[in-house]
Design a protein around this ligand. Structure first.
Ligand code: SAM
Length: 393
């Protein structure tokens, strides 16, 4: 184990044994969890999200939790997969594993299971003791930022996922690269800060490992240190089946609200214009949330503004106020344009005015953006025009 990982493990071993409160924003329904998970586990919940994919787990599935800690998410997964399902929790810290293992039979009894359907295994996130292609859903809650080699972790995730499997992970990311003086601060590394990747690098790592359809589920601000914004994201993505299922779909027409997008396989779509697509692209676009943005058809379907399937959101023709907001596109497209001269690139912060903020908060856009505010003091509210040529929309 390298020095930083040893320090992280010591840190979490100590936290688990003292029951110290640590880390980040989550939104668990604690009253619900208390009905079957012992307090000893709940009080050492150190996540930064609620891997919402759990809500989409089907009975009988195999779920893997990377960095399972005291086991909170494994126990929730155990309930959702049912007695016929299987849950594997991996952690490198013995104290965490002891607490999780001790509570597994208690949770099983509370759920009315004859035996626990969870195995807690000792292991590292970048070399997981899990067979290739064994897992339907990978979850992880505030762990990958702690690993020194995240790309290796992402590659391991892809290896253990079944073809057709998926991940839903919550983690801390930063709006800009974390400088060396913070990276070498082991205290802040253990606090889930210094090891954070930018959103761009995080998604690029997952995409580089082979995942597709990567998109945002939730985001939430966490801390600002020396102007660097750390925020939590919950992301989902897919390992597509090795061969695309045969589909009659030959064309995809972008419905909106984006006016133009580029998918992760490089195909460009302009709203309303039918685009010929391959079987691989048809498989990708049929996944949520991509499917909701397209009309997928064996034939060319052209849309115009009179068609009920066409969607667009234009800001009102009024001046705008710059109040420090930045929008980060977090998938499922690598590039996307709105109707007001903005081109968003996945993970890159783009400064937006209050009118654009209102647009991005509408139903079609909102799920795809993390919004941060970089203004550290109140800003003057002098109205301005948002484009260099003075025009909006
Ligand atoms: C912030 S805690 C989160 C625990 C749990 N996911 C939760 O939500 O309560 C991080 C956990 O990940 C484990 N961990 C950190 N880095 C790891 C690595 N590289 N491999 C395996 N486990 C790791 C730690 O031992 C600790 O239990």
């Amino acid at each position: 184990m390298d020095e930083i990982t040893q320090k992280v493990s010591d840190r979490y071993a100590k936290a688990a044994s003292t029951g110290e409160q640590m880390c980040c924003p989550t939104s668990y329904d604690m009253a619900n969890l208390q009905s079957f998970i012992p307090e000893e586990v709940l009080k050492i919940s150190y996540g930064c999200g609620t891997p919402a994919g759990l809500k989409t787990v089907s009975q009988g599935e195999t779920v893997l939790d990377i960095g399972s800690g005291g086991g909170i998410d494994c126990f929730e997964a155990s309930r959702l997969v049912g007695q016929t399902g299987h849950v594997i929790g991996i952690d490198m810290t013995d104290t965490m594993l002891e607490i999780a293992r001790r509570n597994a039979p208690i949770v099983a009894a509370n759920l009315g299971y004859p035996a626990s359907n969870i195995e807690f295994r000792k292991g590292m996130a970048d070399a997981m003791p899990v067979d290739e292609g064994a897992v339907d859903l990978i979850i992880s809650n505030c762990v990958i930022n702690l690993a020194p080699d995240k790309r290796k972790v992402f590659r391991e995730m892809f290896r253990v996922a079944k073809p057709g499997g998926r991940f839903t992970i919550s983690d801390i990311v930063a709006d800009q690269p974390v400088p060396q003086y913070l990276i070498h601060d082991t205290e802040k590394w253990g606090d889930c800060l210094s090891g954070a990747l930018t959103l761009t690098d995080y998604i690029a790592g997952l995409a580089g490992a082979g995942f597709l359809g990567i998109h945002l589920i939730t985001s939430s601000p966490w801390q600002v240190i020396d102007g660097i914004h750390f925020f939590s994201v919950t992301l989902t993505g897919y390992k597509l089946p090795a061969t695309a299922p045969v589909s009659p779909v030959r064309y995809a027409t972008l419905r909106g609200p984006f006016s133009r997008v580029v998918d992760e396989l490089g195909t460009i779509y302009v709203r309303g214009v039918p685009q010929p697509i391959t079987q691989d692209v048809a498989t990708l676009l049929s996944l949520a949330p991509l499917a909701s943005h397209f009309v997928l058809s064996p034939d060319q379907v052209r849309l115009d503004q009179t068609d009920g399937r066409w969607t667009a959101v234009c800001p009102p023709e009024v001046s705008c106020l710059w109040q420090g907001h930045f929008a980060l596109l977090a998938g499922p497209f690598v590039e996307a344009a709105d109707d007001d001269h903005h081109i968003f690139r996945r993970g890159e912060p783009m400064e937006i005015c209050d009118k654009t903020l209102a647009v991005l908060e509408t139903t079609g856009y909102e799920p795809h953006f993390a919004i941060i505010n970089r203004a550290s003091q109140s800003v003057s509210d002098q109205a301005d025009c948002c484009s260099p040529d003075g025009g909006c929309c």
